[in-house]
Design a protein around this ligand. Structure first.
Ligand code: FES
Length: 82
């Protein structure tokens, strides 16, 4: 599962949707232009790197873009593993 956010500055970020602390729903977290705060216990993760600012394991970060047709493209890396 992937959580995708459009930031106030228009940038798009995609990170793993399950919080590594205790499985919280990252997609329901509060964001600013740099971080997401998990709604369950308020651990904080950098949206660009996935790194926790509060001592937790990192979120996975995915490359994401909007193509010329306006479709959201998230690169999960799954095809590279085949
Ligand atoms: S489950 Fe996300 S901070 Fe605890």
């Amino acid at each position: 599962m992937v959580a995708v956010f459009r930031l106030h500055n228009g940038a798009i970020r995609a990170v793993s949707a399950v919080c590594p602390h205790a499985g919280g729903p990252i997609a329901d977290g509060l964001i600013d232009d740099d971080v997401v705060i998990c709604p369950l216990h308020q651990h904080i993760f950098d949206l660009a790197t996935g790194c926790s600012k509060t001592g937790q394991p990192p979120l996975r970060v995915y490359d994401v873009r909007v193509d010329d047709d306006g479709d959201l493209i998230v690169h999960t890396g799954a095809l590279e593993a085949r």
